[in-house]
Design a protein around this ligand. Structure first.
Ligand code: FE
Length: 226
């Protein structure tokens, strides 16, 4: 089988539409430059209502409504703008909408447990959701504390961060085998949100603040190595 030529040529008489009309673009970015750039997202990719996990179904999900918000910054404390923040979590009973979740707790037909948003010009993100329930580790009596899973894209691929946010005062935290794998006490505490009533919505949700630093010495702990 003959490969399609990289440029148009009178020698090749194949399907004309498959022939590029222009020579290949020279690769302007070296590998290092590629590492220093990241994916670009915009309103076309992420709808505003995707940040509200309680409105994804006709009915209201069970559980305590919460608003989680914070700033995403780089090592200099500068806001990381327009970047994708993704959130996934268990429902109020501690069950994920996932076929591999074998926990006996019930599914909630009005809660899927995924959301996403873009950071604003100050690097802020904001989600409305429900507080997830704790769940047992398979085959054990140990239960995971309530937590939200987060993925953040920075402005460079080296800033990509996947981690978990916890709730203040959770008695299960001290026993959590995953939280306790983080050797540095400061890094562990940085994953615990602060109760922030001013971030809540009146008559609707409790507010929590959780800030994220994408790189540098004070970087938020991330799953896996950088
Ligand atoms: Fe989890």
């Amino acid at each position: 089988m003959t490969a399609t030529p990289r440029t148009t040529t009178p020698v090749y008489q194949g399907i004309p539409e498959r022939r590029p009309l222009h020579p290949p673009y020279p690769l302007a970015l070296g590998p290092e430059a590629v590492e220093l750039t990241g994916p670009v997202f915009g309103p076309a990719e992420v709808a505003e209502d995707e940040a509200d996990l309680t409105n994804r179904h006709p009915g209201q999900p069970l559980g305590e409504r919460i608003t989680v918000s914070g700033r995403v910054t780089d090592r200099q404390g500068c806001p990381v703008r327009g970047q994708l923040v993704e959130l996934w979590q268990a429902n109020a009973a501690g069950r994920y909408t996932h076929r591999q979740d074998g926990h006996q707790a019930p599914l909630d037909p009005n809660f899927t447990g995924t959301g996403r948003c873009l950071t604003d010009d100050q690097g802020r993100y904001r989600f409305t959701t429900i507080r997830p329930g704790a769940y047992p580790l398979p085959g054990q009596t140990a239960w995971r504390p309530a937590h939200l899973h987060f993925s953040l894209f920075g402005s460079a691929f080296t800033q990509r961060l996947v981690t978990q946010m916890y709730f203040p005062g959770d008695p299960l935290l001290a026993y959590d085998s995953i939280w306790n794998t983080i050797p540095d006490a400061r890094a562990r505490q940085a994953l615990v949100a602060a109760y922030a009533p001013e971030l809540g919505e009146p008559d609707r949700s409790l507010g929590y603040r959780w800030d994220v630093v994408l790189d540098g010495p004070a970087a938020t702990w991330t799953e896996g190595s950088r």
